[in-house]
Ligand binder design. Structure first.
Ligand SMILES: *Cc1c(COP(=O)(O)O)cnc(C)c1O
Length: 392
């Protein structure tokens, strides 16, 4: 069945006494039991009855089950934020002295988590260039690697790694491949079919439908058993980062319109990228859906027809970027991506503002780049706005 149909019609697990067509929101921390033995069964995992909302909640389970049905995953876990999902999967797979194979081209907080926080607790990391398959093969030859962690489309560089080739190396070496797939929704392509073992998603982005709440997902394809026991029986309890019922309700609603919204946003992004290329003050437009993008063919082979809704473009210098951002009237000056609203930001001075110029150079984050996340507005309105902002 199509992902949209599942997202809209997936049945709630329990019979609702009022036949509510919308998902009831269970705003409760604890649950009452009819007997001591039922209580014991719930607390020891012998029954699926919820025991405490730090670990399970019917509204969150409903959201998780929808994602499970769409992706064909073995387990789906919903967390309080994308970063909570990422930290949970890395705690599930990592350990003192183990090494995470990753790249400097990562979401800023993921990079800081791996190279700062986790390193402080003895989880090591090795940074590789995922576009160089031989170097990935070489870096993973040693023992003691706990996972390969990559982003399917890096931001803001829009680098695409050959997921199939990396998955093949991961499987040869018996190392789980964890992919952050936030940039292309799971309704549009199957990470599982490309060989990804665990997907992580910041559901704060396109899933919510208008950035109503924070959320994150760990989508586990069941190839490494420790993912499920560690998250379900250890980390949900001990780290306390499970999604709240209110967020799960809003994100379930968002999921219903995800495919429709994403389709429009990605289509507008392609139209805008083509038009922005015609403006003389813009030196370079980077979008995976443009035929002259060096990753165009690879992105096609991985994600099919879709290329995301994020564009970057380069102006003469940092001053020109600041001037253009200040002049925007329709596009909003904000971080976040894949909101209903189009959003512009200068990554060099904001998201990466606390990194040194050398670090930024190593991440290919340039002072001349503006990032534009394309929303649902009329595409001509967005184009005219950017045009008046960048023209002298
Ligand atoms: C936003 C984002 C995250 C972090 O998600 P939060 O929900 O903000 O914690 C992780 N990875 C990618 C690719 C993101 O865009």
């Amino acid at each position: 069945m199509n992902g949209s149909t599942i997202a809209i019609n997936h049945p709630f697990t329990e019979h609702d006494p009022y036949g509510s067509l919308s998902m009831p929101v269970y705003h409760t921390a604890a649950y009452e039991f009819a007997s001591a033995s039922e209580m014991a069964a719930a607390f020891t995992g012998k029954s699926s009855a919820p025991s405490y909302s730090r670990v399970t909640n019917p509204t969150v389970t409903y959201f998780e089950n929808k994602v499970k049905a769409i992706t064909g995953a073995t387990n789906v876990f919903a967390f309080n934020s994308g970063m909570a999902a990422i930290s949970n999967i890395l705690f599930a797979l990592g350990g003192n002295g183990k090494t995470i194979i990753t790249s400097p081209h990562l979401f800023g907080n993921t990079f800081a988590l791996i190279t700062g926080t986790l390193a402080r607790f003895g989880i090591k990391n090795k940074l590789v260039d995922f576009t160089d398959i031989d170097s990935v093969r070489e870096a993973t030859a040693d023992k003691g690697n706990c996972c390969i962690f990559l982003e399917i489309i890096t931001n803001p560089q829009q680098e695409v790694a050959d997921l199939r080739a990396i998955a093949e190396i991961a499987h040869e070496r018996h190392i789980p491949l964890v992919a952050d797939t936030t940039m292309i929704p799971f309704t549009e392509f199957s990470a599982k079919d490309l060989g990804v073992d665990v997907e992580v998603v910041s559901s704060t982005k396109i899933i919510t439908g208008g950035a109503t709440s924070l959320g994150g997902l760990v989508i586990d394809y069941g190839r490494y058993r420790q993912v499920e026991p560690r998250i379900r029986s250890e980390l949900l309890y001990n780290l306390g980062a499970y999604m709240t019922p209110h967020a799960a309700y809003m994100q379930s609603l968002g999921l219903e319109t995800l495919s429709a919204r994403y389709g429009v946003q990605a289509d507008h992004a392609l139209q805008l990228a083509r038009k922005l290329k015609t403006l003389p003050s813009i030196k370079k437009v980077t979008y995976l859906g443009l035929e002259d993008n060096p990753n165009y063919q690879l992105a096609r082979s991985l994600f099919g027809k879709t290329s995301g809704a994020l564009i970057t473009f380069d102006l003469d210098d940092e001053d020109a970027c600041f001037r253009a951002i200040d002049r925007l009237k329709v596009v909003r000056r904000a971080t976040n991506i894949y909101d209903n609203k189009s959003l512009a930001i200068h990554p060099y001075s904001t998201i990466f503002g606390n990194f040194s110029p050398e670090q930024k150079a190593s991440m290919d984050v340039l002072p001349t780049t503006i990032r534009l996340s394309v929303g649902l507005e009329d595409v001509d309105d967005v184009f005219e706005d950017v045009k008046q902002a960048v023209e002298d």
